[in-house]
Design a protein around this ligand. Structure first.
Ligand SMILES: *Cc1c(COP(=O)(O)O)cnc(C)c1O
Length: 385
């Protein structure tokens, strides 16, 4: 059956020059002068543009943030997932359980590692439904890869319990969830590894692509350190054939500077989300905000609602200069790329229904109170006239 989700993104485009509320505001990047000055110093003093001291420094700080023993900088969140699976010998003949509503990179990394992505439907928090995981486990299952979608931690306590019982790895796709936690324990530190992205759209962004893996396993750490750099043990000796996926020093410099303001970024996003939550929870007939759990720190990489007449609302917001998006309009199991996996429409009803009603509102840290108020008023106006 043909999927009919793809008309969306075009429809929600704000006309050139008419934007009142941007979806992101990268030119407002914090600490630009400090970053440029550190880059200049790198150039003049060491010229060490790959790996190097800024990377080592960032890895140490990021491991501390995640309360893990180790962190390994790599060149994207996708590579973080891919290299972790490779290092754990997950590949041909193996299955990895994950959610069908993620960014395509999650399933893509599994497939490119040579394993088979096995999807499990999601819950009303847009995260993998822990109740459905067990029935997806087969003798070929090697790992569960929960995605902390929107910056909201998946149900890691239950997922860890299931994984331990079946002797499976948990690899956390924490690409949207830097600084999120459950009861004070940071995401990324629950499973054998946590994978993060610093893509420009993520809460902690670098000026290009970047990613990191955190782990408490010395063995995994040692293996990925070699794996990201051709399997090179020293300058000349290669232990095994591997990849080139290093984190660049310039990106680590950006990341180090932004780590200094990560709390402010995160707190502002949480505050913005709370403003939306409070205003939109009055509109129960039209808008559904996700259930919120106590003791969980959600970091709102995205602020996702379900909206009645979503397509019309998105187009209306665009007309009024508000950039809204859909994360993501086409579930992964219905993508052309997934055809060989044999899934069909109807396999994951919650995920599919959400894909038709979810809408992402701007929640970034540079929004003003007036802008948030304008978004809320505009939504009211759409439904109430
Ligand atoms: C962004 C993202 C990735 C991939 O990260 P990149 O750095 O863009 O490769 C993987 N999974 C999820 C859930 C993401 O949001």
């Amino acid at each position: 059956m043909k999927v009919e989700y793809s008309y969306l993104l075009e429809q929600f485009k704000v006309e050139e020059g008419k934007t009142k509320v941007k979806y992101v505001d990268l030119p407002k990047q914090a600490n630009v002068e400090a970053i440029l000055s550190d880059i200049k110093e790198l150039l003049l003093k060491t010229g060490q543009f790959t790996l190097g001291q800024p990377v080592t420094e960032f890895e140490a700080k990021f491991a501390k943030l995640c309360k893990t023993k180790y962190a390994i900088g790599v060149n994207s969140g996708t590579d973080a997932l891919f290299l972790t699976m490779k290092a754990l010998n997950i590949g041909s003949g193996d299955e990895v359980i994950t959610a069908p509503n993620s960014f395509i990179a999650t399933a893509g990394a599994i497939a490119n590692a040579g394993a088979r992505p096995v999807f499990v439907d999601v819950n009303d928090e847009y995260n993998i439904d822990a109740d459905l995981i067990e029935r997806a486990i087969t003798p070929r299952t090697k790992a569960i890869m929960p995605v902390h979608l929107t910056g909201n931690p998946a149900d890691l306590l239950r997922i860890m319990e299931i994984a331990n019982r079946y002797n499976l790895y948990v690899i956390e796709d924490a690409c949207q969830a830097v600084a999120a936690s459950i009861d004070g324990q940071p995401v990324g530190s629950f499973g054998i590894a946590g994978c993060f992205s610093f893509h420009p759209l993520k809460n902690l962004n670098v000026w290009g692509d970047g990613g990191i893996i955190v782990t408490n396993s010395k063995e995994l750490f040692d293996r990925i350190v070699l794996m990201r750099n051709h399997g090179l043990k020293g300058r000349d000796e290669v232990e095994f054939f591997a990849y080139n996926s290093r984190l660049d020093s310039i990106h680590a410099i950006v990341a180090n500077q932004l780590l200094n303001v990560l709390d402010a970024i995160t707190d502002t996003r949480i505050r913005n989300a709370k403003t939306y939550d409070d205003a939109l929870s009055d509109m129960v007939n039209y808008i559904t905000i996700p259930p919120r759990k106590s003791k969980v720190r959600q970091v709102y990489h995205t602020y996702v609602i379900q909206a009645r007449e979503r397509n019309k609302l998105g187009a209306y917001l665009a007309e009024k200069g508000i950039e809204a998006k859909v994360h993501y309009p086409i579930p992964i199991h219905l993508q052309e790329a997934s055809k060989y996996l044999g899934y069909k429409e109807g396999d994951f009803p919650v995920c599919e229904a959400q894909a038709k009603s979810i809408l992402t509102l701007p929640v970034h840290q540079h929004l003003t109170e007036d802008q948030i108020g304008y978004v809320i008023d505009t939504i009211w106006k759409f439904y109430k006239g």
